[in-house]
Write a protein that binds this ligand. Structure first.
Ligand SMILES: Nc1ncnc2c1ncn2[C@@H]1O[C@H](COP(=O)(O)OP(=O)(O)O)[C@@H](O)[C@H]1O
Ligand SMILES: [Mg+2]
Length: 237
């Protein structure tokens, strides 16, 4: 297993948000953590990465290494990248500066930039533009581009298509599939069920900080996911 999470618990002050979560991600898989707003998806992703919240117990093994007691920068150094919800690029830094942030040692390698531009050619045209002046879709491309600059083994995406136009949603999905073809594994926290149906090899449904259901790709349907999440299926057309 590339990532194995066992009995993870996380708190915000006295609120027990993540209440003993276990799941695993094998190399080459795209795995979804699904759940409605407020169910704990972002908290779960952040606690894996040693971002807030502070108190966690349980085990997180990444590529054979126990990372639950490691600091965030060490975890990133092992090959675990993160595309946070809401993108969080640096608005006052240029596109090039944003892409250079994950490179802590040495200099930015041209071939890594070329790889990013291969996925997102528009970023190459805007290298000197400030991040904050990009469109929402371009900012998401920048956030994803930044995540691959460090040559990760696994990328954690938190709601990667939230608030994006349909054409960009499609582009983000295609990019995640291309990453898989290049050997990058993905863990996606999402409430977009179409993303899950299109991308995921397996999903876990999170409800109030516990995993309620697990389902393999071949069994997935929109109806089932709507039932599991307790949402009403959107009428098409
Ligand atoms: N910084 C915070 N401080 C206190 N409570 C928080 C904080 N962030 C999230 N929460 C609470 O944790 C729960 C899970 O939130 P979150 O992980 O953001 O859910 P999701 O990503 O599934 O929408 C919610 O009840 C939310 O109000
Ligand atoms: Mg969230």
């Amino acid at each position: 297993m590339l990532l194995k999470v066992e009995d993870l618990r996380a708190y915000y002050n006295k609120s027990h948000i993540i209440q003993g979560v276990s799941f695993e991600v094998a190399k080459g898989e795209i795995i979804g953590i699904l759940g409605r707003n407020g169910m704990g998806k972002s908290t779960l992703m952040r606690s894996i990465l040693d971002l807030t919240p502070p108190r966690t117990t349980g085990s997180v093994k990444f590529d054979g290494v126990e990372i639950s007691s490691l600091k965030a920068h060490k975890i990133a150094g092992l090959g675990l990248s993160y595309v946070p919800q809401g993108r969080h690029i640096f608005p006052r830094l240029t596109v090039l500066e944003n892409l250079s942030i994950p490179v802590t040692k040495g200099k930015v390698h041209g071939e890594d930039l070329d790889e990013v531009f291969g996925y997102f050619p528009v970023l190459k045209e805007r290298l000197k533009q400030l991040g904050g002046t990009l469109s929402g879709g371009q900012q998401q491309m920048l956030a994803i581009g930044r995540a691959i600059m460090s040559k990760p083994k696994l990328i954690i995406f938190d709601e990667p298509t939230e608030g994006l136009q349909p054409s960009i949603v499609q582009q983000v999905r295609e990019t995640i599939k291309r990453f898989r073809d290049r050997g990058i594994t993905a863990l996606i926290a999402d409430q977009n069920l179409e993303n899950a149906l299109d991308l995921c090899d397996r999903v876990y449904v999170l409800e109030k900080g516990v995993i309620k259901y697990t389902e393999q790709r071949e069994n997935l349907s929109l109806e089932m996911l709507c039932t599991y999440l307790g949402v009403v299926k959107k009428q098409k057309g």
